[in-house]
Write a protein that binds this ligand. Structure first.
Ligand SMILES: Cc1cc2nc3c(=O)[nH]c(=O)nc-3n(C[C@H](O)[C@H](O)[C@H](O)COP(=O)(O)OP(=O)(O)OC[C@H]3O[C@@H](n4cnc5c(N)ncnc54)[C@H](O)[C@@H]3O)c2cc1C
Length: 408
C-alpha cells in the first residue's frame, strides 16, 4: 500500500454517495473510488414507490448528485461493476470485470436486496419486485395496462405500491400472512390505522393467508393460489416481503456478520480498515446499548458521514435516533425511534385518529421509545427529546393536546 492507494467505497447507493461527499468535505484529497453494481449513478429509492412511481417526480430528481459532481470532486465512479471478493490481508478487491484494486480504507455500503418468494411460479412474467429504478419504471408502465394487481406482503413497499396503483385506477388485493399490515414494526394498535386506510381506498386486504403458488399461462402470470386453494386472479404480482442485507462479500472476507455487518459505534467492522454503513450495517448504538440495523433512508443519509469521518481517523459515534417516513393516499407520516416487535407495553394516541391527524407513542415502563406523527408536522424535535431523555412521562398528559409536547 502506498500514499496513492485509494479509499474505496463499495455500493453505489445513497450511503455510498454520501460517504464520498463527506470524505471530500472533510478534506480528504487522496484518490477515491466508488464502485457500484448498478449502471445508474447513485440515486434515492423512496420516490420509486411514491412520487416517481406515480409519474409526479422527474427522474433527475432521484439522483443523489448531478452527473458532473463526481468529476468536479475527483470521485472515480465505476458503475456496472461488482466487487466479487475482498482480501483484507492484502487490502485488495477483486472486481467483476477481472481487475483488482488496492484500498487503504474500505467502506461497504452494499445495501439490501428484496427477499424472494420461494413458491412455484415466482419467475413468471408479470411477477415484480421493487428495489431499482428500472423495476419502478416497469411497474409504472404496468399501471397503464394491468387491471388487477396482487401485492404479496403488507409492509411499507407493498402498501406504498398499493396506494400508487389505486391512484392509477388499478384494482389491488393485498395478501399478508400476519393478521394486520406492518404488524411487526407498528404493533396491533397502529397497524389497524393502515388497514382502515387501505380499506377506505377499496383495497381487498386479506390477512392470515399464505401464498402457495403463482399461476400462469404461457409463461405469464394469471393469478395467485393460496394454501386454502383460493385463486386470486391477477395481471401482475408485486412481491414485497422484506429485504435481506447484502453481506455475502463481508462474510466471505471473514468479517463478523449477523443479519448485517457488525460494526462499533463509529461504523468500523471487525477489521480495522473496513467500515460499513446504510442498510447493510448492524451498528452498535450508544442510545439503545445494542447493535441495530436500520433499513431507512435517513440512516443511509447520515450514517456514512460518521463512517467517512472515522475512515479519516476522527473520533466519532453514530447516535441518531432512527427516522422513517411514508406517504400513502392522504396519509403522510414521520416515525422516530426504535421498538423491537412486542418491545412496548402501551400505545398512547394524541389527537384524532379517525381524521388521521394524530401522534402515536410507544411506551415501555412509562418511557417513550418511539413516536409517529401523522399529518401533523414540525413535532420531531420534541418527540426526539422524549425518546433521548428516557424520562418517565404521564400518559394522560402525553395524550392531552392542550399540554405542549415539550412540557409533557
Ligand atoms: C422502493 C423503496 C422505497 C423506500 N421508501 C423509503 C421511505 O419512504 N422512507 C425510508 O426511510 N426508507 C425508504 N426506503 C429504504 C431506503 O431507500 C434504503 O434504506 C436506502 O436505499 C439504503 O441505502 P444504501 O445505500 O444503504 O443501500 P442501497 O440503496 O441498497 O444501495 C446499495 C448499492 O450497492 C450495490 N451493490 C451491492 N453489492 C455490491 C457489490 N458487491 N459491488 C458493487 N456494488 C454493490 C447495489 O447494487 C446498490 O446499488 C425505500 C426503499 C425502497 C427499495
Amino acid at each position: 500500500m502506498t500514499e496513492s492507494t485509494a479509499h474505496v467505497i463499495v455500493g453505489g447507493g445513497l450511503a455510498g454517495a454520501k460517504a464520498a461527499e463527506t470524505l471530500r468535505t472533510e478534506g480528504y484529497q487522496g484518490p477515491l473510488v466508488l464502485i457500484g453494481e448498478e449502471t445508474e449513478r447513485p440515486y434515492e429509492r423512496p420516490p420509486l414507490s411514491k412520487g416517481y412511481l406515480q409519474g409526479k417526480e422527474d427522474r433527475e430528481k432521484i439522483y443523489v448528485h448531478p452527473e458532473e459532481w463526481y468529476r468536479e470532486h475527483d470521485v472515480e465512479l465505476r458503475l456496472g461493476t461488482a466487487v466479487t471478493a475482498i482480501d483484507p490481508a492484502a487490502h485488495r478487491l477483486t472486481l467483476s470485470d477481472g481487475n483488482s484494486l488496492d484500498y487503504a480504507k474500505l467502506l461497504l455500503t452494499t445495501g439490501a436486496s428484496p427477499r424472494r418468494l420461494p413458491v412455484p411460479g415466482a419467475d413468471l412474467t408479470g411477477v415484480h419486485y421493487l428495489r431499482t429504478v428500472q423495476q419502478s419504471d416497469q411497474l409504472r408502465e404496468l399501471f397503464g395496462s394491468a387491471q388487477r394487481l396482487v401485492v404479496v406482503g403488507a409492509g411499507w413497499i407493498g402498501l406504498e405500491v398499493t396506494a400508487a396503483a389505486r391512484a392509477a385506477g388499478v384494482a389491488v388485493t393485498v395478501l399478508e400472512v400476519l393478521e394486520l399490515p406492518l404488524l411487526r414494526v407498528l404493533g396491533r394498535e397502529v397497524a389497524q390505522v393502515f388497514a382502515d386506510l387501505h380499506r377506505a381506498h377499496d383495497v381487498d386486504l386479506r390477512f392470515g393467508v399464505k401464498v402457495e403458488a403463482i399461476e400462469g399461462d404461457n409463461g405469464t402470470v394469471t393469478g395467485v393460489r393460496l394454501a386454502d386453494g383460493t385463486v386470486i386472479p391477477a395481471d401482475a404480482v408485486l412481491i414485497g416481503i422484506g429485504a435481506a442485507p447484502n453481506t455475502q462479500l463481508a462474510e466471505a472476507a471473514g468479517l463478523e456478520v449477523s443479519d448485517g455487518i457488525l460494526t462499533n459505534e463509529s461504523l468500523r467492522s471487525s477489521n480495522a480498515d473496513i467500515f460499513a454503513a446504510g442498510d447493510v450495517a448492524r451498528a452498535q448504538h450508544p442510545l439503545f446499548g445494542q447493535a441495530i440495523r436500520v433499513e431507512h433512508w435517513a440512516n443511509a443519509l447520515n450514517q456514512p458521514q460518521t463512517a467517512a469521518k472515522a475512515m479519516l481517523g476522527q473520533e466519532v459515534a453514530f447516535d441518531r435516533v432512527p427516522y422513517f417516513y411514508t406517504d400513502q393516499y392522504e396519509l403522510g407520516m414521520e416515525y422516530l425511534g426504535y421498538v423491537e416487535p412486542d418491545g412496548y407495553d402501551k400505545v398512547v394516541f394524541r389527537g384524532d385518529v379517525k381524521s388521521l391527524e394524530f401522534v402515536a407513542f410507544w411506551l415501555k415502563d412509562g418511557r417513550v421509545l418511539a413516536g409517529m406523527n401523522v399529518n401533523i408536522w414540525d413535532v420531531t424535535d420534541p418527540i426526539r427529546e422524549l425518546i433521548v431523555s428516557k424520562r418517565a412521562v404521564d400518559p394522560a398528559r402525553l395524550a392531552d393536546t392542550n399540554v405542549p409536547l415539550g412540557e409533557v
